[in-house]
Structures are given as C-alpha cells and as structure tokens.
Design a protein. Structure first.
Length: 174
C-alpha cells in the first residue's frame, strides 16, 4: 500500500503531474492482474504452493530499487513488478480458506480480512510519517526491505507446515 499512498508526493518529487499519479497508482494493480493470470493459467497448483513462501519474501524487493533507479518509467515497471510478484496472494487466500475449519471458516476469513485492512491502514500511516522524515524515495526502499523481512516468518511457517504435511502423507500407514 505504501507506493500507492506515496504516488502523489513521489510524482511531485519527479516533477510530474496528476496523470503520472494515476499511472503510478495503477501500476501495482495492473501488474497483479497480469501476475494472477500468468500464475493461475500457466503454473501448476503444486508449484504455486511451493512458491508461496519465496514470493512472499521477494514481492516487495522491487521497491528497494525505486531508490536506486529513480524516475517515472523505472518506477512504473518496478511497481508493476511488485504487483506481478504479489499474485501469490490469490493462492495464499485460497489455501487459507481451504485449510480453515469449515465450522469456523467465516470467523477466520472475517478476522483475516479485518487484520489485513488494519495492517494496510497502519502501513499507510507509517509510510506517510516516514516519508515526512526521510523522503519518499527512501521510504519506498525502506518499505521494500520491511516487506521482504515481514515475508520471512510466514514463508518459514508455510515451509514447515508443508514439510509436516508431506511427512504425514508419506509416513507408514499415512
């Protein structure tokens, strides 16, 4: 969410106007639509499940390069790449729904949605505060690093859960 929140001040930093703001704000969603299409159409389900963790870690990495490759066109491409790599979230949502106990699924989905919205709001607030202090480009890079780091614990948890599940499937009598 931080790039979308900072699109207007970033465009201003680049000397661009409102059209650039709109294009920057659209880059991640457009990248995500392309990524979801490619991932669900051409990548087998088992591979998508294996890629969940790594994609959770690297999906924010292109934001780090926003500070290293400043400019309108590089930013459009990098932000689009963030959206493309974030396509794993469709598989993650599907798996979350699948493994949530049927009798508590509504509660689990409601809680997850609430936490997601709250987390996005907190990210927007922190991103704005940070940008006031260190500048927009630096904030984008920091958000990229923070996004990668935030992806590590769930990626490791997912890997561990998959290994345990696979171990149970191939255990004698399993």
């Amino acid at each position: 969410m931080i790039p979308e929140v900072l699109a207007a001040p970033y465009a201003a930093e680049l000397g661009r106007g409102t059209t650039a703001v709109g294009l920057l704000m659209a880059a991640m969603p457009v990248g995500n639509v392309v990524g979801v299409f490619l991932l669900t159409r051409f990548v087998p389900a088992g591979v998508r499940l294996r890629w969940l963790g790594p994609l959770a870690v690297v999906s924010a990495l292109p934001l780090v390069f926003s500070a290293m490759l400043p400019g309108f066109v590089p930013s459009l491409l990098l932000w689009g790449l963030v959206g493309l790599l974030s396509a794993y979230q469709v598989t993650a949502n599907t798996e979350f729904t699948r493994i949530a106990p049927r009798e508590r699924r509504g509660e689990a989905l409601g809680m997850a949605s609430s936490l997601l919205v709250a987390g996005q709001g907190a990210g927007m607030l922190l991103g704005g505060l940070l940008a006031d202090g260190v500048g927009v480009s630096s904030t984008l890079a920091i958000a990229g690093v923070a996004g990668c780091l935030a992806g590590i614990p769930p990626a490791l948890g997912w890997r561990r859960a998959r290994q345990e599940l696979l171990g149970e499937m191939y255990a004698p009598g399993g």
